[in-house]
Design a protein around this ligand. Structure first.
Ligand code: FAD
Ligand code: UDP
Length: 402
């Protein structure tokens, strides 16, 4: 009998496993259908001995001191600021668009003030910024939008930016200074020995058992547990009863080249040419020195692993139906990018998991107070409830004790 079955060994599942085991002494079975821990952040040394990210480039950045300090218990860091270039009109230009992007694209020599005026004269102000098109066109006008955003977004999402929530392209700022960093967060760093090593350290606890290549449906039948934390797709958990939540997938084409350097920055985006969206050269991220170099191309796909929830109001409406259903299962907790259908970064998922842990801890305290009260009542059974294997998806379960 495990206190917790946790489905998914990515950030959401691993953070909760670590917290529950090391601070509450809970026994945890952590499973994943993949053959490795670390979820989409998984990295490994390839056949040539180069550290690569199997599921595309993962760069850690956060403004949360709490998240950074928490993860720092399991890894040292390598300071790293991410830089991206966009291939536009035969040039490789800084992305996000900044002063240098504008000057080089138009052969000008503007200062920041002039660049601001330049953008203002082209911007098409909108009353409301509802879509991903609105966000960009209202800042830089249609020409720059077409060169840098429209086709990248159509390729990535198989949808016009006018059909996508504003939050998608709002992830990428526009600047009139010379700051060429992709992120401006307070903490920007890469785990010194990689993400997988950080996860290994996080999960190295006698109360945590790990089972890989193990699907929830198979394992739930043969294992006993009191509570379930689920970090997979919420629609799959409920057998798609309210319909499939749409996801975008990617195909990753990894290559190792017999040369030390391939491209001038870590990532080059290709908004207009090619079927892929971007090329990442891992040695920039990891700082590894090696006579060869490894890169990955990302080809957007409709089918495949669910990587990106698609931010659109109708999809959130469907998610809401699942969420309401989920709220009825008090001993099942849905956490993470897939289970809460949020386009979250690693730090946001970590913060979400830490918040969920605090909720569980609080309910544990309440439950233990309630248990004591019941124990002293004559004839009452104050023992912990022993749950069945599969949580009953059809109705509210008894209140659980974390
Ligand atoms: P996941 O990492 O997806 O983990 C969920 C796990 O559950 C998976 O391993 C899956 O196999 C397992 N699972 C699902 N269903 C079942 C089941 N039924 N049975 C057993 N196991 C199951 N974030 C950043 O902060 N910076 C970046 O630079 C960045 N780059 C990204 C690039 C790409 C291409 C992608 C796709 C994402 C990127 N992210 C980045 C986001 C980051 O990957 C996520 O925020 C984070 O990995 C989410 O963690 P998670 O635990 O919620 O989900
Ligand atoms: N985007 C774009 N052109 C770019 C970079 C990003 O149009 O050169 C848009 C695109 O819609 C993309 C979104 O901005 O999906 C978010 O970009 P980000 O780099 O944050 O995507 P992620 O790293 O999550 O794939």
């Amino acid at each position: 009998m495990f206190d917790y079955l946790i489905v998914g060994a990515g950030f959401a599942g691993s953070v909760l496993a670590e917290r529950l085991a090391s601070t509450c002494g809970k026994s945890v079975l952590l499973i994943d259908r993949r053959p490795h821990i670390a979820g989409n952040a998984y990295d490994h040394y390839n056949d040539d001995g180069i550290l690569v990210h199997r599921y595309g480039p993962h760069i850690f950045h956060t403004n949360s001191r709490e998240v950074f300090e928490y993860l720092s218990r399991f890894t040292d860091w390598r300071p790293y600021e991410h830089h991206v270039l966009a291939s536009v009109d035969g040039l490789l230009l800084p992305m996000p668009i900044n002063l240098d992007t504008l000057n080089r694209l138009y052969g000008l020599n503007m200062n920041s003030f002039e660049a601001e005026q330049f953008l203002n004269s082209r911007a098409e102000p909108k009353e409301q910024l509802k879509t991903s098109e609105d966000v960009i066109v209202s800042k830089v006008g249609r020409e720059l939008y077409n060169k840098f955003f429209r086709n990248y977004t159509r390729k990535q999402w198989a949808m016009d930016p006018s059909e996508l929530d504003a939050s998608v392209t709002a992830r990428v700022p526009v600047r009139t200074n010379r700051d060429a960093r992709y992120f401006t967060d307070t903490y920007q760093a890469m785990p010194l020995h990689g993400f997988t090593r950080m996860f290994e350290n996080m999960l190295d606890h006698p109360n945590i058992k790990i089972l890989l290549k193990a699907d929830y449906r198979e394992i739930a039948k043969v294992i006993s547990y009191r509570n379930l934390i689920y970090t997979g797709r919420i629609d799959e958990f409920f057998d798609f009863r309210f319909g499939k939540l749409p996801y975008r997938s990617l195909e990753f084409k990894h290559e190792t080249l017999n040369r030390p350097v391939y491209q001038p920055e870590a990532v080059v985006n290709y908004p207009n040419e090619h079927l892929y969206t971007r090329v990442t050269e891992f040695k920039y991220l990891t700082g590894q020195e090696h006579p060869k170099t490894s890169i990955v191309y990302e080809f957007p796909r409709a089918e495949g692993d669910p990587y990106y929830p698609v931010p659109r109001p109708e999809n959130y409406a469907t998610y809401k139906e699942y969420q309401e259903r989920a709220a009825k299962l008090s001993s099942v907790h849905f956490v993470g990018r897939l289970a809460t259908y949020r386009y979250y970064n690693m730090d946001q998922v970590t913060a979400q998991a830490l918040a969920q842990f605090e909720k569980l801890r609080k309910s544990q305290r309440l439950a233990s107070v309630a248990r004591k009260a019941i124990t002293y009542a004559p004839g009452a059974d104050g023992g912990a409830r022993v749950g069945g294997n599969l949580p009953n998806p059809s109705g509210r379960e008894d209140a659980d004790a974390a």
